[in-house]
Design a protein around this ligand. Structure first.
Ligand code: ASP
Length: 462
């Protein structure tokens, strides 16, 4: 197809071209009608002579094809607000490809103040707005940069399953009935934690994956039931190697792709968990020197997290997850005073947000078993839930560790947005619905039967 995109039109002054796109905003002036035609790259003004065209039927947001000549605009009609503001397309032929109904909200400005339920019902329209398109493109650029950075350092991207046995990382898991195994279930991964460790056992000593992680939790502020992590694991390294990699990677991203942003401190500050709590009463302090500067980024590492914590019921739990390596100096405390044991576990924070968690892992089966026992798992539980990983560790396991920066939050901060939903194409509402498709929905009786599920009608909400 002979198509010129709007961002290329400046190269075609005095030539005949064909462009495709959406009618952005229309206005009539005497003998001519003007409208901006929009594609993914931007806008260009199209001029229709009323003698040749009946512009009446052209409704905003319809898809059209226009051919005509690109001409320079007279000086006083230049529009400095759009990249193609010095030119316009004088239409010679126009074809209406797909007529649009009137959209439920205006798309030629930011949709931030529109009711979010409505935006999510018509997300495909919301994403047409300039800000939302920009956010999606920005996210793509961030992800491409990070991928390339890791590829250049010999990392291998490996996909791990979404139908799994699950990894305990403190959140409730989504469960999926196994139709072929009546009464049995898969769970969706909270993260690829165990698989990436097993890849280290497999000898893939530098792994990454843009991994989708699922957590079936009541949503809070900037959390979603599914989010994306840049999941990383490395073997034959120590904590320093991982922190250095992350600092170098994000510093390069900011300096190369976001030159308007500035890092508060280089190298990034490091605080132990204890120092952070004592000084700031939180493990994710906002370390910016000027909270009003939208371009300041205060990255830091918090290290030496405790290995264990206590949950609301007073039971001992893994502070991060049960695979973190205890600090070698604290191993003797494991039996007497486990809550005092520090882990080789760290977070990366930025402007008061936790952007990544990671740790050096246990690679020794007896130590791993001991940690699981401290978590009050009996031998039977340990065998059914973690037998596979303990077994793997008995076949030659390198020391290893990793980290997993959250892509949604990172993009949110770099896009100057206040909520991760603004940088996700199809997010869910606060109560985990998708207004556009209506998910979650009830299923036909037959499907439930096949999946060996009986729904208690008393629990149904319509
Ligand atoms: N699996 C961890 C998480 O999802 C990250 C890690 O320890 O690498 O937070």
């Amino acid at each position: 197809m002979n198509r010129t995109i709007t961002s290329e039109t400046l190269k075609h002054i005095d030539r005949r071209i064909t462009i495709f796109g959406w009618i952005h905003s229309k206005r009539s002036h005497g003998a001519v009608t003007f409208f901006d035609l929009r594609d993914r790259w931007g806008l260009i003004q199209v001029v229709l002579n009323k003698e040749t065209f009946n512009a009446q039927d052209l409704k905003s947001e319809s898809v059209i094809q226009v051919s005509g000549r690109i001409v320079k605009r007279p000086e006083k009609l230049v529009n400095p607000n759009i990249a193609t503001g010095t030119i316009e397309l004088q239409a010679e032929t126009l074809k209406l490809i797909s007529q649009a109904e009137t959209p439920p909200f205006e798309l030629d400005r930011s949709t931030l103040d529109i009711d979010e339920e409505l935006r999510l019902t018509y997300r495909y329209l919301d994403l047409r707005s300039e800000r939302m398109t920009r956010n999606l493109i920005l996210r793509h650029k961030i992800v491409s940069f990070l991928r390339q950075f890791l590829n250049e350092r010999d990392f291998i991207e490996v996909e791990t399953p979404n139908l799994t046995k699950g990894t305990p990382e403190g959140a409730r898991e989504f469960i999926v009935p196994a139709r072929l195994h009546p009464g049995k279930f898969y769970v969706l991964p909270q993260s690829p934690q165990q698989y990436k460790q097993l890849l280290m056992v497999a000898g893939i000593d530098r792994y990454y994956q843009l991994a989708r992680c699922f957590r079936d939790e009541d949503q809070r502020g900037d959390r979603q039931s599914e989010h994306t992590q840049l999941d990383i694991e490395m073997a034959f390294i120590d904590q320093e190697d991982i922190l250095a990699l992350i600092e170098e990677m994000l510093t390069a991203l900011i300096e190369k792709k976001f030159p308007e942003k500035k890092l508060s401190k280089k190298p990034w500050p490091r605080l132990t968990y204890r120092e952070a709590i004592e000084k700031y009463q939180t493990d994710k302090p906002d370390l910016r020197s000027n909270l009003n500067d939208p371009n300041e980024l205060a990255f830091a590492f918090i290290t030496d997290f405790p290995l264990f914590g206590v949950d609301a019921k007073g039971d001992i739990t893994a502070e991060h997850h049960p695979f973190c390596m205890p600090n070698p100096n604290d191993v003797s405390l494991l039996d007497q005073d486990p809550l005092k044991v520090r882990a080789r576990a760290y977070d990366m924070i930025c402007n008061g947000f936790e952007l990544a968690s990671g740790s050096i892992r246990i690679h020794e089966p007896n130590l791993q078993k001991k940690v699981l026992q401290i978590l009050k798992l009996n031998d039977q539980d340990i065998e059914t839930r973690f037998g596979h990983i303990l077994k793997a560790f008995r076949y030659g396991t390198p020391p290893h560790g990793g980290i997993a920066p959250g892509i949604d939050r990172l993009t949110m901060i770099l896009a100057d947005e206040a909520n991760i939903r603004e940088v996700m194409a199809f997010p869910k509402t606060g109560d985990v619905r998708e207004p556009m498709t209506g998910a979650p929905t009830q299923l036909p009786e037959k499907m439930l039967e096949e999946a060996h599920i009986r729904v208690e009608t008393k629990n149904l909400r319509t």
